[in-house]
Design a protein around this ligand. Structure first.
Ligand SMILES: C[S@@+](CC[C@H](N)C(=O)[O-])C[C@H]1O[C@@H](n2cnc3c(N)ncnc32)[C@H](O)[C@@H]1O
Length: 298
């Protein structure tokens, strides 16, 4: 696996995020999801010569790639290998308690999805790992092997909004009595078999929702998102902006509610900002992106 070229990876809503963050020379920003360093690199460019980015990332491989893509900015980039929900500790470690802006571009990177060999995608047949942070203990394969029927159905229903959740859970329980279900290919086939043909979705792969649900469960994505949304404002200077890019309605709903409920924040985006038609065409992964922005009150 080679290093991903910065040109291949296209950061989502890049211009819009920079405009909303109002990046200026000399300021300090937090990028909660460093990934391949796309957004961070642009913030560093725009905040030159002395601006800084404190970048959180919990995936060791992503950090390796992201640093390779951000090499020119050594000294102005501080990478913290932590869950962004640990913002309090991470910022202290980086030597700052307040920042001028926070960006969260949630979800998986193209590296994890396409080249990770970690079972995020049903396009390849890989071990069902799905941990973004290799230090986490529970894999998707473990959940599939050990969760009770009702627990599986709940994961698929609540995290995947999968209406056929019970049927899928039933078949997993049956199949795992005969043989271990350990790969993305096995799981995708099983989901396709469990859901009657007439309920197969027209526009997405039949296993998309189940894979999304498992990924959310393995990485506790919604709990982490809620946590950063609760804590982030405390670390913003007055007038500092909080930008969150979400990729599905479950996340977007949480962002909308938490922003509205926070008395220290003023919501800037009544409706979420979505990519222009041109970006959607050039980068299909951006299609479902929705960015919401709030500003820290004095
Ligand atoms: C969509 S990618 C970010 C891409 C990045 N903005 C760029 O332009 O290259 C999301 C990244 O956030 C990381 N991530 C997701 N949840 C995280 C969390 N709770 N804490 C730290 N990193 C997280 C993932 O490992 C992944 O690398």
């Amino acid at each position: 696996m080679g290093f991903l070229n910065a040109d291949i990876h296209q950061p989502v809503l890049l211009k819009e995020a920079m405009a909303m963050l109002r990046v200026v020379s000399g300021s300090v920003y937090m990028d909660g999801t460093f990934g391949l360093g796309g957004h961070t690199r642009e913030i560093l460019k725009r905040s030159a010569p002395s601006g800084k980015v404190i970048a959180f990332e919990w995936d060791e491989k992503a950090i390796e790639h992201g640093l390779k893509n951000s090499g020119d900015f050594a000294g102005r980039l501080i990478v913290v290998r932590r869950n962004f929900a640990e913002i309090d500790l991470g910022l202290i470690e980086a030597g700052h308690t307040k920042v001028e802006g926070i960006l969260i571009d949630i979800g998986c990177s193209s590296l994890q999805l396409d080249r990770g060999q970690r079972g995020f995608s049903f396009q390849q047949d890989e071990y069902l790992d799905m941990r973004m942070d290799q230090r986490r203990e529970i894999t998707a394969a473990h959940i599939i092997a050990t969760a009770k029927k009702q627990e599986l159905a709940d994961i698929f229903y609540y995290y995947g909004e999968e209406t056929q959740s019970r049927r899928i859970a039933d078949l997993i329980i049956e199949e795992r009595k005969k043989a271990e279900v350990q790969t993305s290919g096995q799981l995708a086939d099983l989901v396709a078999k469990a859901i009657p043909r007439k309920y197969h979705p027209a526009k997405i792969h039949v296993a998309t929702r189940v894979f999304q649900a498992l990924r959310i469960a393995v990485n506790e994505e919604l709990a982490n998102l809620s946590m950063i949304l609760e804590k982030g404002a405390e670390h913003l200077v007055a007038g500092g902006r909080f930008c969150v890019i979400a990729f599905h309605s479950l996340e977007d709903r949480i962002v909308k509610r938490k922003f509205a409920a926070n008395e220290n924040l003023a919501v800037i985006t009544k409706k979420p900002i979505v990519p222009a038609a041109r970006e959607k065409k050039a980068n299909p992964r951006s299609r479902s992106a929705r960015m919401r922005v709030a500003e820290r009150l004095a």
